[in-house]
Write a protein that binds this ligand. Structure first.
Ligand SMILES: N[C@@H](CCC(=O)N[C@@H](CS)C(=O)NCC(=O)O)C(=O)O
Length: 415
């Protein structure tokens, strides 16, 4: 019986594969306490064990490290779950590959834009729907005479394929969209209603109505215009990169020239400050910031997400912040930010403090930086004000609460 610790954020469908397999197999999998996605998995200690910095990952009781959700699920499985003979084992591998290659990329490409965590592109979604139709039709035909995917009992194949279908059934496969897949629906319901599965994922609700694209979440529906450059806890949080399935999706082409070019560099060395911030606790890096900050050529801004009442799951909100950072990658050169999520599921807010070169809204400098910024309200701060000092202190060190008293949940540094 396998025992060990799983590192993951809550409600990660990849982690579910291992957790459900463990339930069926009697393995003892402990979920790492105090794991903060984007922070814990970027620490030196974590990267030493798991250099990719991704989750889920698993550490066995005797310190062996396993990455890749399928491998972890396999490790915590018993013989029944792994397949009883070579043919069954091969068939299980076949279905794991099917889930990862034929379902997952298309599921992400369809669902994530509707959740507002990936840019919306009509054509991409249409292609994804076609891929899902193809995959589900195949699965539906295969399941016609069968209860389970491999053999006569539940195996890892059922768990992994069902967990990979969760987002689709939860968000877009409304009754009409799933009506052609009666065999898949029956099999999916069987898997997700097993007590061992319910112990992990809870009661699962199939979509009543498909999520629809909400342009408020992404201002992608308006044409991008080239705009002229304007006139002119006391441990230092670490940089966070969110890179998962969204990586596979096309992003805008890089701007032909450096959008910061027109603005004087001034005396504030952004890279030097970022290094200081990364390498020191905030009781060193915040005084350093004020010592070096050049108010002539740089400005400080406070932002608040406009649609806080639509934030549901915290992991989605974290993806929202991380996604924005990814889409403005090239802005890093002249900007630094700390964005924070306050509160928990269905009751949270996002806000942040930004510092950048120049005195106008930096996002207007490049059409490639304009996907997300209008979903936030922006307030320019006066560097000398006590309010500004307090906000910098709070957001650079991830302490305190939001305006309504919600506690700090997760922060992301853009640097
Ligand atoms: N193939 C890997 C993918 C793991 C993965 O992409 N994890 C994402 C979260 S679901 C992650 O940790 N991203 C953080 C990063 O890329 O820094 C698996 O199945 O375990």
């Amino acid at each position: 019986m396998a025992t060990g610790t799983l590192y993951t954020y809550p409600e990660n469908f990849r982690a579910y594969k291992a957790l459900v397999a463990a339930q069926f197999s009697g393995s003892q999998v402990k979920i790492a306490e105090n794991f903060v996605f984007g922070e814990t998995n970027k620490t030196e200690a974590f990267l030493k064990k798991f250099p990719l910095g991704k989750v889920p990952v698993f550490e066995t009781k005797d310190g062996k490290c396993i990455t890749e959700s399928n491998a972890i699920a396999y490790y915590v499985s018993n013989e029944q779950m792994r397949g009883k003979n070579d043919l069954e084992k091969a068939e299980i591998i076949q279905w794991l590959g099917f889930a990862d290659s034929e379902i997952l990329p298309a599921s992400c490409a369809w669902v994530f834009p509707l959740l507002g965590i990936m840019p919306y592109n009509k054509k991409t979604i249409e292609n994804a729907k076609e891929d899902i139709t193809r995959a589900l039709t195949y699965l539906n035909n295969y399941l016609l005479p069968k209860t389970y995917l491999v053999g006569e009992r539940i195996t890892l194949a059922d768990i992994c394929v069902a967990m990979t279908l969760l987002h689709l059934y939860q968000h877009v496969l409304e009754p009409k969209a799933r009506e052609s897949y009666g065999n898949v629906n029956r099999w999916f319901q069987t898997i997700i209603n097993q007590p061992q599965t319910v112990n992990v994922i809870g009661e699962f609700k199939l979509a009543d109505k498909a999520l629809e694209y909400d342009p408020k979440k992404f201002n992608q529906d308006k044409p991008k215009k080239e705009k002229p450059a304007p006139k002119e806890n006391k441990k230092a949080p670490k940089v966070v990169e969110v890179a998962d399935e969204a990586d596979d999706v096309e992003t805008a082409a890089p701007p032909s020239k450096d959008p910061w070019e027109a603005l004087p560099k001034g005396k504030f060395d952004m890279d030097d400050f970022k290094r200081n911030y990364s390498n020191n606790d905030v009781d060193v890096s915040i005084p350093y910031f004020w010592q070096k900050f050049d108010p002539e050529n740089y400005s400080i801004w406070y932002c608040e997400y406009k649609y806080n009442d639509e934030l549901t799951k915290t992991f989605m909100s974290c993806n929202l912040m991380g996604g924005m950072y990814q889409r403005i990658e090239k802005m890093r050169k002249g900007a630094f930010a700390s964005m924070c999520l306050w509160g928990g599921d269905n009751d949270s807010t996002i806000s942040g403090v930004w510092v950048w070169r120049g005195h106008d809204l930096a996002f207007t400098l490049s059409p490639d930086w304009q996907i997300d910024y209008e979903t936030y309200s922006w307030k320019k701060l006066e560097p000398k004000d006590a309010e500004t000092k307090a906000l910098v202190e709070q957001y650079f060190s991830w302490v305190g609460t939001d305006k309504d008293g919600r506690k700090f949940t997760e922060g992301k540094i853009f640097k």
